[in-house]
Write a protein that binds this ligand. Structure first.
Ligand code: GRF
Length: 204
């Protein structure tokens, strides 16, 4: 399967994904001059930058994004730090083929600054979620989650580091499982090839 990764920031998850050997054919960023673009270049993956202010509205932006995905024959999309909501037409065209990574245990702390929100709430447990993307905001069907403890002496930085390390371990595993057809979305429900709690929890 040919994957695209959508980015917009430091690209640490992109780095983990590329190192895992997933067949990534294209990296698209919504911002220029971000570290993620350098990570893609180091791995020899083509990049495109599509900036919101160059398009009159969101539908036009997404049409351009889909144009790039089509040009590279992309079949599946992994979002990793891409801070734009995909539009309904994009979600329809790539139904069940787009995944997102979120730095909290959804449905807790959707949207921006999830780590800060959990830290300020002084929760003892937060974590990481991988989900299929639907038309809502961080609401799509959940594929996998990993808990992360907040330690008594954590700062926002130490908690963030622990969450990012968990992301780097979890996301590539989930993407590879989707890639080989061990997990898929069927009628809006996440379906696992092996309906076995031990397998699902052990696997992810
Ligand atoms: C990650 O924390 C991810 O959960 C969120 O954006 C961040 C991207 O970080 N959606 P990076 O660019 O992969 O380092």
């Amino acid at each position: 399967m040919k994957w695209a990764v959508l980015v917009g920031g430091t690209g640490s998850n992109l780095e983990a994904i590329l190192s895992s050997g997933l067949d990534v054919r294209l990296v698209i960023s919504h911002r220029a001059q971000v570290r993620a673009l350098g990570v893609a270049a180091q791995h020899g993956v083509p990049t495109r930058v599509i900036v919101g202010r160059d398009y009159p509205d969101r539908a036009d932006y997404d049409a351009s994004l889909r144009g790039q995905l089509e040009e590279f024959d992309i079949e599946r999309v992994a979002m990793a730090g891409f801070l734009r909501w995909l539009q309904p037409e994009t979600i329809r065209v790539y139904q069940g083929q787009i995944l997102n990574l979120h730095p909290s245990l959804l449905p807790a702390y959707p949207g921006l600054h999830a780590i800060e929100q959990a830290f300020e709430a002084r929760v003892w447990w937060t974590g990481v979620t991988v989900h299929f993307v639907d038309e809502g905001h961080d609401t799509g069907p959940i594929v996998a989650q990993a808990p992360v403890p907040r330690m008594a002496d954590d700062t926002l930085e130490t908690l963030s580091d622990r969450i990012h390390r968990t992301e780097h371990a979890l996301y590539p595993k989930v993407l590879h499982a989707v890639d080989r057809g061990a997990v898929w979305l069927q009628d809006h429900v996440v379906t696992y090839a092996k309906e076995d709690d031990a397998w699902i929890h052990g696997h992810f």
